[in-house]
Design a protein around this ligand. Structure first.
Ligand code: SF4
Ligand code: MG
Length: 336
């Protein structure tokens, strides 16, 4: 089936006082209609930068999309003007962020904020836009919608504000919804409700969702397919089943050991993987995980591991996939 979005070999950097940070180093990503793709990794792995690049929300300078293609329905959006991108954002691809308060205007009513885009860009009448806002608030589970439209952001709880952001993102019926850590700022009970809402929305609207998160609990509930990122690269990619039961990359396996329990009153904090990611001012030669990897071999610090298909549609970038690693370690000791 046809890819809705197809990101190829994306490289993104940022110039800082300390030098140039190579934040995204050759990311490939694609999504089909109605699919949910989760991008998982620790903070600083490049997952948010990847999403912002798709939306062309990277400030240039200091940011720079060095190379790659971002094909939306077959057209490279990197060749679009900012004006053309403005017509894509919200209408074709929408994005919501971690903290809804920073994306809502405290001085405008929810109703004005919800309808603004439709009235200005789609030339809908106040009345038509208002009707759409009502049905969207309804969809995201905000009751008493007519009254609520007249209220301001501070009159809503954090969870309600995130529901409003989701409603806003869906106002123009986009084909892709990108959500960057949409539940991270919320408490655990509310997180679960928002995740249910995402499932519900997908069912009702058929929108494709790119979910960016560091929380594998979120992934387990929502994702059809998962990409694990580390130090600006995708290290493993596969469907939910393969990633949870057949993870091959030592980093993915480390993350899985730190999955918190999903029942609300027994929330177990993440157990971090020992060590820290490399700084991306001067990315290491070879595998960026080598410093933290219990299986690291000489080859790992010399050459980048190639992306290989470990299973149907299940890709891993790790030297342990090479047959010679089996000889070196013996099958018993390897994580597969
Ligand atoms: Fe570990 Fe080497 Fe695989 Fe990197 S390539 S994850 S260092 S075994
Ligand atoms: Mg982030």
């Amino acid at each position: 089936s046809e890819k809705l979005l197809d990101v190829r070999n994306l490289h993104v950097s940022f110039d800082t006082y300390g030098g140039r940070v190579h934040a995204v180093r050759g990311v490939n990503l694609s999504i089909e209609k109605g699919e949910t793709l989760a991008i998982v990794g620790e903070s600083g792995c490049g997952k948010s930068v990847t999403a912002q690049s798709i939306m062309r929300l990277i400030a240039e300078p200091p940011g720079k999309i060095l190379s790659g293609e971002i094909l939306f329905k077959g057209e490279n959006m990197l060749s679009y003007s900012q004006k053309k991108m403005r017509s894509i954002r919200g209408r074709e691809i929408s994005m919501i962020f971690q903290d809804p308060m920073t994306s809502l205007n405290p001085t405008l009513t929810i109703g004005d904020q919800l309808t603004e885009g439709l009235i200005r860009h789609q030339k809908l009448s106040q009345k038509e836009a208002g009707k759409r806002a009502l049905s969207m608030l309804d969809l995201v589970g905000i009751s008493n919608a007519k009254e609520r439209l007249k209220q301001f952001p501070h009159q809503f709880s954090g969870g309600m504000r995130q529901r409003i952001m989701i409603a806003m993102a869906l106002m123009c019926d986009p084909e892709i919804l990108i959500a960057d850590e949409p539940t991270t700022a919320l408490d655990v009970t509310i997180q679960a409700q928002i995740l249910d809402l995402f499932k519900d929305i997908q069912k009702k609207m058929g929108v494709a969702i790119i979910m960016i998160t560091h929380d594998l609990g979120v992934v387990a509930q929502l994702a059809d397919r998962i990409q694990v990122m580390y130090a600006g690269k995708v290290v493993e990619e596969g469907n939910r089943r393969d990633l949870f039961y057949q993870a091959q990359h030592p980093y993915t396996r480390g993350l899985l050991h730190s999955v918190p329990r999903m029942d609300a009153d027994r929330h177990v904090p993440l157990v971090p993987i020992a060590g820290t990611p490399p700084d991306l001012f001067s990315p290491p030669t070879g595998c960026a995980f080598a410093d933290r990897c219990e299986y690291a071999m000489d080859v790992c610090t010399e050459y980048d591991p190639a992306r290989v298909e470990a299973n149907t549609q299940h890709y891993v970038a790790c030297w342990l996939q090479d047959a010679r690693a089996r000889q070196a370690f013996g099958d018993e000791e390897l994580p597969m």
